[in-house]
Write a protein that binds this ligand. Structure first.
Ligand SMILES: CC(C)(COP(=O)(O)OP(=O)(O)OC[C@H]1O[C@@H](n2cnc3c(N)ncnc32)[C@H](O)[C@@H]1OP(=O)(O)O)[C@@H](O)C(=O)NCCC(=O)NCCS
Length: 253
């Protein structure tokens, strides 16, 4: 398998991707202290917003109202990673009844237009909406620590799986030459570098397909996203999700 340069010589964007990839491989891993993942607090909002602005240019960051709505709906699912005393990464998630969305889902429908009003404690799917890491601290395992915390949450709540929709930010440069399905396949095969999809693959997620029109505002991905899933090996279908408060049977005297 070669790099994208060998596969698509001289195509627009290939040079940049190749430079980004070699910079990522060649750059020294940033020396950071221990990474701690905890629930997001109101005072983290400005830092999270700044991370999103840099990591996903052209896409709107969470508004304060949305951020507050996430914390009200599902505080355990709103995470930040702290390194050297600073917010170095962040991720949001909610619980869904996946069957309600599986066949026709978009960022808007799944997230309740970004407010997580779709959060449903009777659902069995933890849906990861986004993960971002400070550019200067990438490659140091911060996103891995966040995903570990999400898997721990998934197990704790006895949920069946984690589903996420990964962006395909390199797709716009080659959209004239291939379908998003082919693009995703080539990322997974290792021909094309695209961190947004490579990252969940490296964390044991499986590729389920492309959602066209998932987020039309995401011009870099041409509106597409790659659906990925991680199955919880400890999931017990006979137990209720642990976040559902059930009435305990009274003891007989
Ligand atoms: C994707 C992102 C979250 C990764 O964050 P990170 O802290 O640098 O990632 P980590 O250092 O924890 O690396 C985790 C894994 O991803 C892989 N990875 C990370 N960056 C990579 C890259 N540029 N190319 C290939 N693999 C990469 C690593 O191999 C690592 O695997 P390992 O756990 O087996 O060692 C970060 O690059 C980012 O914020 N990107 C912009 C937003 C984005 O794309 N979010 C994800 C999808 S919506």
């Amino acid at each position: 398998m070669g790099s994208i340069i060998e596969v698509f010589p001289g195509k627009r964007g290939a040079g940049r991707r190749s430079r980004v990839a070699s910079a990522w491989r060649g750059a020294p891993v940033p020396a950071i202290g221990a990474v701690r993942v905890r629930g997001a607090k109101l005072e983290d909002y400005a830092a999270i917003r700044a991370l999103q602005r840099v990591s996903n240019p052209g896409l709107p960051e969470w508004t304060l109202k949305q951020f507050e709505s996430h914390r009200n709906a599902f505080p355990e699912g709103q995470l930040v990673a702290i390194a050297d005393g600073e917010v170095a990464g962040a991720a949001s998630s909610l619980v869904l009844r996946w069957d309600d969305y599986a066949l026709d889902n978009t960022w808007k429908s799944v997230t309740g237009d970004g407010f997580f009003t779709t959060h449903d404690t009777a659902g069995r799917t933890l849906y990861g909406t986004d993960v971002v890491v400070d550019v200067s601290r990438r490659g140091a395992g911060i996103a891995r620590a966040i995903y570990q915390a999400q898997r721990k949450l998934c197990r704790k709540l006895n949920l069946r799986r984690i589903i996420s929709a990964a962006r395909l930010p390199g797709y716009h440069a080659v959209s004239g030459e291939m379908t998003p399905e082919m693009y995703a396949q080539r990322v997974i095969w290792g021909d094309i570098e695209d961190t947004s999809l490579r990252f969940p693959m490296s964390q044991g997620f499986q590729f389920c397909g492309i959602i066209r029109g998932y987020l039309p505002e995401d011009r870099e991905s041409a509106g597409n996203a790659a659906l990925v899933v991680w199955l919880n090996p400890l999931y017990s279908p006979t137990e209720p999700p642990a976040n559902v408060v059930t009435e305990r049977p009274r003891k007989c005297a």
